[in-house]
Design a protein around this ligand. Structure first.
Ligand SMILES: Cc1ncc(COP(=O)(O)O)c(C=O)c1O
Length: 455
């Protein structure tokens, strides 16, 4: 039973919501506080939250709370609502599909939506070779299955992931994830045969791409051995690890080594995929053609869907019945994905992501010129971050990043942090945000940074 009084809620979300930052109460307002008290009593403490609000509607570039506050959305629910929250085409597709059938289980009675999503993914992911796909529910599940497929295809067991990597919260994906707190601490033992290699991190390692790749390959050869290695998994632009963009030449060198050694290269594009970085997939920026690609998040406009897509001969290595799950490729999620993919393509959202990049980086560079605490600006498209540091030592300024993000939220802008050291402010606006709102959001970030000097 829901009892929260949401008279303040607009009847509909989506792009028709007033595109404005509007604070009518302090954040959290009384209704949000009421829900957060219920959350504290009813929801496990391990499930945290960033913005202390009760969301009641969202769309375009805003999230509206139960108190009538309208916050600028620079997070997209962690890179999910790239087509915009409650996009009318997604809403219509979901409603139509829900009225037809909500579930049959694709493994019991197949349906067209699933096949059409697989066809679209096979067409859109990098590589001109024959591809196949399998659908799942979450990014972590896609990663788990990509590893299963690579192991079956190669007959080998070891998997290499990188420093700062984030691949999810299930047992195998915790093992692949680098950062202990909060993702892994206390949750072991972790899956076996997972090894870690150094990532190219230009701001901190100062290495050119080929040098960084040689270092990683040496670790892999010495500590794992190519003959034992099923897969190398990498985020072409790291997400939770700090929006780290590898140096030019790093990814192609890793990819060439994998090919030469019969190792499956998995690009985890769960966060960076679907127009987010100004290309349909971030791999494209680096000329990377992975053997397998994992996707989720932006794929379905907010509905839970994930996929593994890749070379047909690798994808077909798993025996019938070896892949799947009750809900994987749910028909409503597939309908939402097909509508979202149509929006990505017809509205050229990759182009919009590049416009957002130009607006954000120009503004952030101006801020950086006057504020040496902004050590690095990086990312692509609408996946941009600033790394905050102690100007004297370049030591990560995690407390500052947390304080700035909290201040932004209190001032009506949802901003997320990330990074191994928690010192990165990341900006992931919906690709439907308008320029005025995005600029206003960055004004608030600038003011929050300035205020934290004074604080
Ligand atoms: C690169 C990457 N892989 C995997 C995941 C896990 O996805 P999910 O939370 O849908 O399980 C995430 C989530 O943030 C991610 O960013």
């Amino acid at each position: 039973m829901t009892t929260l009084d949401t008279d303040a809620a607009p009847a509909l979300g989506g792009p028709m919501l007033a595109q404005e930052r509007r604070l009518v109460t302090a954040i959290p307002g009384p209704r949000s506080q009421e829900l957060l008290a219920r959350k504290a009593a009813a929801v496990a403490a391990g499930v945290g939250h960033t913005a202390p609000i009760a969301a009641v509607a969202a769309g375009g570039g805003v999230v509206v709370d139960a108190d009538g506050n309208s916050l600028i959305d620079l997070g997209s629910g962690i890179a999910v609502t790239s087509v915009g929250n409650a996009h009318p085409k997604v809403v219509e597709a979901v409603q139509r599909q829900a009225a037809q059938f909500t579930h049959t289980c694709f493994m019991v009675s197949p349906y067209e939506g699933y096949v059409a999503v697989a066809e679209a993914l096979n067409r859109l992911t990098p590589g001109g070779f024959a591809k196949k796909s399998a659908l799942f529910n979450s990014g972590a599940e896609a990663v788990e299955n990509a590893v299963k497929i690579a192991r079956k295809a190669t007959g080998r067991q070891a998997v290499v992931a990188f420093d700062h990597a984030y691949h999810g919260r299930t047992n195998l994906t915790m093992a692949l994830t680098a950062k202990s707190m909060p993702y892994k601490s206390g949750f072991g033992p972790f899956a076996a045969e997972v090894y870690r290699a150094p990532m190219s991190y230009p701001y901190r390692d100062g290495l050119a791409g080929p040098e960084a790749a040689a270092k990683a390959i040496s670790v892999i050869e010495k500590q794992v051995g190519a003959e034992n290695l099923a897969a190398v998994i990498i985020e072409p632009i790291q997400g939770e690890g700090g929006f780290i963009v590898p140096a030019e030449g790093f990814l192609p060198a890793i990819s060439a080594w994998c090919t030469a050694n019969g190792v499956v290269l998995i690009a985890d594009e769960v966060q960076s995929g679907f127009a987010r970085t100004g290309a349909m997939f971030a791999s494209e920026h680096f000329g990377l053609v992975p053997d397998l690609v994992t996707t989720a998040k932006g794929i379905a406009g907010g509905l839970p869907l994930a996929a593994v897509t890749g070379r047909a001969e690798i994808m077909d290595a798993a025996h019938a019945g070896g892949l799947g799950g009750t809900y994987g490729g749910n028909p409503i999620a597939c309908a939402a994905a097909l509508a979202s993919i149509e929006v990505f393509e017809t509205e050229d959202l990759s182009d919009r992501a590049r416009e957002i990049e130009a607006l954000m980086t120009a503004r952030l560079e101006t801020m950086q010129a006057a504020d040496p605490r902004i050590g690095d600006i990086r990312g692509r498209g609408a996946m941009i971050a600033i790394e905050l540091v102690d100007p004297a030592t370049q030591a990560p300024a995690g407390a500052l990043a947390g304080a700035v993000a909290r201040r932004c939220i209190a001032d009506g802008v949802i901003v997320l942090t990330c990074g191994t050291y928690g010192n990165v402010l990341r900006f992931l606006p919906p690709l439907t945000i308008d320029d005025a709102l995005l600029s206003e959001g960055l004004d608030v970030v600038a003011a929050a940074l300035a205020a934290e000097v004074a604080a």
